[in-house]
Design a protein around this ligand. Structure first.
Ligand SMILES: *[C@@H]1O[C@H](CO)[C@@H](O)[C@H](O)[C@H]1NC(C)=O
Ligand SMILES: *[C@@H]1O[C@H](CO)[C@@H](O)[C@H](O)[C@H]1NC(C)=O
Ligand SMILES: *[C@@H]1O[C@H](CO)[C@@H](O)[C@H](O)[C@H]1NC(C)=O
Ligand SMILES: *[C@@H]1O[C@H](CO)[C@@H](O)[C@H](O)[C@H]1NC(C)=O
Ligand SMILES: *[C@@H]1O[C@H](CO)[C@@H](O)[C@H](O)[C@H]1NC(C)=O
Length: 735
């Protein structure tokens, strides 16, 4: 164990510095008058009660990081492939339970029976005139000396979960990244995709959207591949971090969220369920057979596609042949038979009960299930969670008890459709909605250098402050904040509208302020056989200090939210964000189309939105001055800060995010209740601001009917209404 004055693992660090030891609880009765005077001048409510200030435990927490602990957990968790629903993943759950129980945190398994998908039969062959038919092996190769050679036989055969079962033999068409605009381009060039096999490369949108776009364009099947241009620009694993030629990205193609058999409710025991046939007939399913293939197989297919030359930005990297659009003469014969079956999944839930406000929750979550070994995705996050838990148990031994309850969650079946977290949120919706302060998600904690964070905007400032207290794992003279500033993330704090990980149900379904963190850069072996401990040790985090930094950041944010008397929320960023999206601000770029530009000159008024944002801004100013008063009183007149007053303001800060949700949800997507943040209709990974307005604008721009512009106006009114509700909650007033 390092001494407290040292940084993580004994290296002398600029940050964190440990404050002097806390005063011990007074054993003798002190005269109240000097105490009051002392309290007034010591500027600390906590000294008044002679308990350490939250900042004492925060610094102690930062000093306790252990890279060896993180490495040991990652190693143990990634011994075998552990796909959701398998015995190996139940063993991984047992590891998590035993680690958390060993700290005497009450820990339990919460199980659900849900519809998962496994491959039963696959084949793919390629033929062309005057060529021998090629039968692809559809197998990722191990390398000489691979310590996981033996267990690699347990890795699930390459497939796309929930793809339809069937056989298709048809000409191939090249569809670039498989985006809606790529298929529109093919149509414009007169390339008829109907009945063909669409061949698209990974890299720009969610794979479920690629297959769906192919289906909508009329394709009978889809083949997705990793192009060397995107995934193999340097030395391949094990000599470098990039994807080997036979590496395949597997994954889910389900566009919905949670168990497909219980689309709006929890998969509790004995609950109402759709039949498997009904679930598979959902529009959120890809609906056509599809297979993922390696870069090597993809290149073999592309090479035999003829027809017109594809445009410049559809071409491959250096040394690649000229890519053409097709169709044919390459013919692909694809067979995919899936096994959609009910399987048991298990979330691990561990509770550290709060002392003063046990009925307020700060929830930390990471998933455990992996397509293969989970070296990065997701068990770097699980290792960070368990390392964080160990530090909290050390704090407990030093007398710490959180003010609010901290809940550590380890989700299952995230890879299939955020399933474990979604079922739990659906099952506990009413309790979570009334009690949860924040949800802090870490999926893959580490995959290289560079720091990324996304959040709902009231947490932006907290993230910035916390990152200034954590050391950059790659440069001890810098903070994580410096690393963050140097990363290529624009805007600095991302948003949580996308469907990328387990924050989805918390933010988009029930409106909980949330955060998502990771430390990384290029990560080409994503969802392949090669995502193992060796990749992490060689390339992702050789000293496991990045795991420590991820756990430091995650835990510090959790401690601030759980221990500080007043919740460290700042809603002025929220107001700024709401405003920015409807304001023409030249030069501003964040990938989100600004509403104003797109409705300019259209029969649509933005004034309801401007008006509600103005109300919201007023509420922010009001609550800010109340908070300032509380801070002042805390020093000069602590008796004026009654616990009920503090509770009232905290509740308003907590519940404001809830007000952005609306019972009916997004039009046509009723599970998505949040009207400010939701996924883009055409890319589940894309985070949209005002997704309902965006959907309506897209339709209106396509159809340009007065009815469609009325829908845009309707969506603008809906968003304005929730912003008005949020303003009322924040200011705590009735009309
Ligand atoms: C595309 O091909 C299908 C089937 O051969 C045909 O029914 C359809 O009319 C074609 N579409 C266009 C735009 O030519
Ligand atoms: C496609 O492949 C399957 C399985 O290898 C084979 O049975 C079938 O005859 C092939 N179909 C065509 C049209 O080549
Ligand atoms: C489908 O998976 C279940 C559970 O693993 C297994 O019991 C069953 O035999 C499989 N069915 C087929 C057709 O592969
Ligand atoms: C570490 O950060 C300092 C201060 O920003 C910088 O001068 C130095 O070059 C960095 N060192 C490395 C190894 O990147
Ligand atoms: C932990 O960090 C120390 C100091 O940087 C290093 O010597 C050690 O090898 C690291 N442990 C692991 C498992 O990487």
């Amino acid at each position: 164990m390092p001494t407290p004055q040292d940084g993580v693992d004994g290296s002398a660090a600029r940050i964190p510095l440990l404050p002097p030891a806390p005063p011990r609880r007074a054993a003798v009765r002190l005269h109240p008058l000097p105490l009051l005077v002392a309290a007034a001048f010591a500027a600390s409510y906590h000294l008044f009660f002679l308990t350490p200030a939250p900042s004492y435990y925060q610094s102690l927490y930062l000093s306790l990081g252990s890279n060896d602990t993180a490495a040991a957990h990652l190693h143990a968790l990634t011994i075998r492939p552990h796909l959701a629903g398998t015995g190996a993943n139940a063993l991984a759950a047992a590891h998590v339970v035993s680690a958390l129980s060993s700290h005497s945190f009450p820990t339990r398994l919460t199980g659900y029976s849900v519809l998962l998908s496994y491959p039963a039969r696959r084949s793919l062959s390629l033929s062309a005139p005057d060529r021998d038919t090629v039968h692809f092996a559809l197998k990722q190769e191990t390398y000489a000396g691979d310590p996981y050679e033996a267990v690699s036989a347990e890795v699930v055969p390459t497939f796309l979960a929930y793809a339809a079962s069937g056989s298709v033999a048809a000409e191939a068409v090249y569809a670039n990244y498989g985006r809606a605009e790529d298929f529109a381009y093919l149509a414009a060039r007169g390339v008829n995709v109907t009945g063909k096999v669409a061949v698209a490369r990974y890299g720009k949108v969610f794979r479920g959207d690629i297959v769906r776009n192919a289906r909508e364009a009329g394709a009978s099947a889809a083949v997705l591949y990793t192009d060397a241009k995107d995934y193999a620009v340097g030395k391949a694993f094990p000599d470098g971090p990039w994807m080997p030629p036979t590496g395949v990205q597997v994954g889910s193609t389900f566009k919905g969220v949670g168990d497909p058999m219980t689309p709006m409710w929890a998969s509790s025991e004995g609950c109402e369920r759709l039949s498997i046939e009904e679930a598979m007939a959902s529009d959120d399913m890809p609906g056509i057979p599809a297979l993922p293939v390696s870069g090597k197989d993809g290149a073999a297919i592309i090479q035999l596609i003829g027809g017109d030359v594809a445009p410049e930005d559809w071409q491959g990297g250096d040394g690649a042949p000229v890519y053409r659009l097709g169709p044919g003469p390459a013919v692909l014969n694809l067979t995919y038979i899936g096994n959609e079956t009910m399987a048991n999944i298990q979330n691990v839930i561990s509770v550290i009960e709060g002392k003063e406000e046990p009925e307020r929750y700060v929830i930390l979550g990471n998933h455990r299930d992996a397509w293969t070994f989970g070296g990065v995705d997701p068990n770097s996050g699980t290792a960070a969670l368990l390392e964080l838990a160990q530090r909290l148990s050390e704090l407990q031994k030093k007398g710490w008890r959180p003010r609010r309850t901290i809940i550590l969650c380890n989700w299952d079946a995230e890879e299939y459709g955020l399933t474990g977290s979604t079922e739990w949120v659906e099952e506990n919706r009413a309790m979570l909605t009334s009690r949860t302060v924040a949800y802090l998600n870490v999926d893959s904690a580490v995959y290289g250098r560079g720091f990324y964070a996304s959040a709902t905007p009231q947490l932006d400032e907290l993230l910035k402050e916390a990152s200034k207290q954590v050391q950059n794992p790659d440069n001890e003279t810098q903070s994580l904040y410096d690393l963050w500033m140097a990363s290529d993330s624009s805007p600095l704090v991302g948003r949580l509208g996308g469907g990328g990980s387990d924050y989805s149900a918390f933010v988009q379904h029930i409106g909980i302020p949330s955060v998502d963190l990771s430390i990384g850069s290029d990560y080409a072996v994503y969802h392949s056989l090669y995502d193992d401990f060796i990749w992490m040790e060689k390339f992702g985090d050789p000293l496991f200090q990045r795991h420590v930094a991820a756990a430091s950041m995650w835990g510090l944010v959790a401690l601030r939210l759980s221990d500080e008397e007043i919740l460290p929320f700042n809603y002025s960023n929220y107001a700024a964000e709401l405003e920015r999206i409807v304001t023409v601000a030249p030069g501003y770029q964040d990938g989100a189309l600004r509403i104003n530009e797109r409705v300019l000159g259209m029969p649509v008024s933005l004034s309801p939105l401007h008006k509600s944002i103005k109300e919201f801004r007023r509420a922010v100013l009001e609550v800010d001055s109340e908070l300032k008063a509380l801070q002042t009183w805390k020093i000069w007149a602590p008796w004026r800060n009654s616990p009920l007053k503090v509770r009232d303001i905290n509740d308003r800060l907590m519940m404001t995010e809830r007000a952005f949700t609306e019972r009916e949800g997004l039009s046509g997507r009723p599970w998505y209740k949040h009207l400010i943040y939701g996924p883009s209709l055409h890319n589940d990974y894309g985070a949209e601001v005002y997704p309902g307005v965006d959907d309506a604008i897209q339709t209106a721009m396509r159809t340009n009917t007065s009815k469609s512009w009325q829908s845009v106006q309707h969506e603008i009114h809906r968003v304005s209404r929730v912003i008005n509700q949020a303003a009322l909650v924040l200011s705590g007033g009735l009309t």
